[in-house]
Design a protein around this ligand. Structure first.
Ligand code: MAN
Length: 359
């Protein structure tokens, strides 16, 4: 039902120019996706750091004037924890091993992407809430304006920022709309009962967990009416964390959302959830088995292996063209059928009911 592009991976680190001399592109991942001026566009997350010297670890941090400062530590320093390729912990402070910015690329055929020469293509972090970079942007088209919800990372925490544009040249930065710890925020592209809605993922440290929440807003800036929508499921592929992908897709059966779930081993897979059209706080169905899981070599091995993660797709009729990050290092694509996903959800729902009656 999920058909990977035969050309996967369609974008690799060597396809992307570093943003500064002295930096290396370590990962190109998790693109936002949209159509504009007859082309398909990806808003890539580009993660960079300096070339690593023997025995040392170094990574960039953005300063208040927009310049980059390189922090460097000796690898054998006993205060350093390097057990996760994505983060560094030093004497209780946590940093990221790379700094991310967003990069625009476009395509005429959905598969071959290039940086256009006639417009700025880099969107970088600004100010004290983005010193460790900006990541994993969702793009929603609402009332003719593109709304970008993305992860803002700094020593202050991880939160959700909003930026808007109509022409992809001028951007209006609305700042942080959901404070730490929060990420994986996508906006519904139309109002429901007179309100805007989003899915987001706050994390609770002691009680609770990494669950998908629903919130409502009169203006896309001020969010309230928070509702815990989707929790992790013990013993399943989404047992440790769940987070929303791109804007929910309106179907006759309900809002279809493709989300990621990870287990305790940080294995990330993708599944679907169906929400009531008129009341998105009602979950109608949810994938028992993933729609996509890391099985291809490029999904299992890389910067952070065993990861498939999506935050962007295009929809034409029944067909979803989904783009996803694999192993936190490369970008891939797959086609899915909306009918196919809905009928799988139906089958799983009825077999779940049969199972419950029998047990
Ligand atoms: C996690 C991962 C990383 C990401 C940070 C900050 O560690 O999702 O990829 O850089 O969070 O968002």
């Amino acid at each position: 039902m999920t058909h990977r592009f035969t050309q996967n991976p369609i974008l690799k680190t060597q396809d992307i120019r570093p943003s500064h001399p002295g930096l290396i592109v370590e990962c190109v991942l998790n693109p936002g996706v949209f159509s504009f001026e007859g082309k398909t566009w990806l808003l890539l997350r580009v993660a960079e750091r300096p070339a690593q010297k023997d025995g040392m670890i170094s990574f960039p941090v953005m300063q208040s004037d927009g310049s980059l400062r390189i922090l460097e530590f000796e690898r054998n320093d006993p205060h350093l924890d390097l057990s996760d390729a994505r983060i560094i912990t030093y004497k209780g402070d946590t940093y990221l091993t790379t700094i991310s910015h967003l990069r625009l690329v476009c395509s005429d055929d959905h598969i071959h992407f290039y940086e256009p020469s006639d417009r700025p293509t880099r969107i970088v972090g600004h100010g004290p809430l983005e010193t460790f970079g900006i990541e994993d942007c969702r793009v929603s088209l609402i009332e003719g304006e593109y709304h970008l919800t993305y992860t803002q990372v700094s020593e202050n925490g991880v939160g959700v920022g909003l930026m808007r544009t109509r022409d992809w040249r001028t951007f209006h930065r609305a700042g942080m709309i959901l404070p730490p710890h929060n990420k994986d925020c996508c906006l519904f592209e139309e109002q429901i009962n007179g309100k805007y809605y989003c899915l987001h993922r706050p994390s609770s440290v002691f009680v609770g967990g990494n669950y998908i929440w629903l919130a409502a807003s009169p203006d896309l800036l001020h969010w309230g009416g928070h509702h815990c929508l989707l929790r992790t499921r013990e013993g399943m592929w989404d047992s440790a964390r769940v987070g929303a992908g791109a804007a929910p897709i309106r179907t006759e059966a309900g809002w279809l959302q493709i989300y990621h779930g990870a287990d305790a081993n940080h294995r990330y897979a993708l599944g679907a959830v169906l929400l009531d059209l008129h009341d998105p706080s009602v979950v109608l169905a949810r994938s028992e088995t993933p729609l996509l899981e890391p099985v291809a070599d490029y999904e299992m091995r890389g910067f952070f292996g065993n990861v498939v993660f999506t935050n962007g797709h295009l929809v034409h009729g029944d067909e979803i063209t989904m783009y996803y990050g694999a192993s936190d290092e490369v970008i891939c694509g797959a086609k899915l059928s909306i009918e196919g996903i809905l009928s799988q959800l139906e089958v799983e729902k009825s077999s779940d009911i049969v199972y419950k009656i029998m047990s």
